[in-house]
Every structure is written in C-alpha cells, then in structure tokens.
Design a binder for this molecule. Sequence first.
Ligand code: SF4
Length: 89
Amino acid sequence: MRRICWPKPKFPILSARVTFNSLAVMRVSVIDDACHGHQMCAIAAPEVFGSDEMGNATVLISGDIPAELQAKTRRAESNCPERAIVITD
Ligand code: SF4
C-alpha cells in the first residue's frame, strides 16, 4: 500500500492562531441615541473611550483598535448598560 506523506507544518497550529488573533481587526463605535453617559466605558477602557461636552461617550481612536486594547474594548462593550457600543471585527 502506498502511503501519502503530507509536508510537516512549519509552525504548530497554536502559533498560527496566536498570530491570527494578534492581527485581528477591530473597530468600535457608539450609538449616540442609545448612550446615556454612564462613562462605564471610559472606566473600562480610558484609552479608547472619552466623553463629549454632554457627557456622552466618544471613541478616541479612529480606525482599528490596537491589539493590546481589544480586550479592554470588549469589556467596555459588555459592561455598557445601554448596549450603545458596537464592535465590528
Ligand atoms: S457605558 Fe454605554 S451608555 Fe454609558 S457612556 Fe459608555 S457607551 Fe454610553
């Protein structure tokens, strides 16, 4: 019987996942009409969320959220009582 030999992967699968996750694109926005200005988002992720003159949340980062801030951003989204934070990735 003939055996088929697949080439051995250069890197373990786990390493490939870590690399993929660190390059994941994340964007965040706030639904103005839903925001009530609790500022829980700014407490959870002060590098990502600020406030306008009315106290409602603003997003401080335009474009992609850096990988090191993505966990904080997800925590802010899950803690928003008004579900005003929208993450797209
Ligand atoms: S926690 Fe939610 S409702 Fe409160 S300020 Fe932040 S985005 Fe707005």
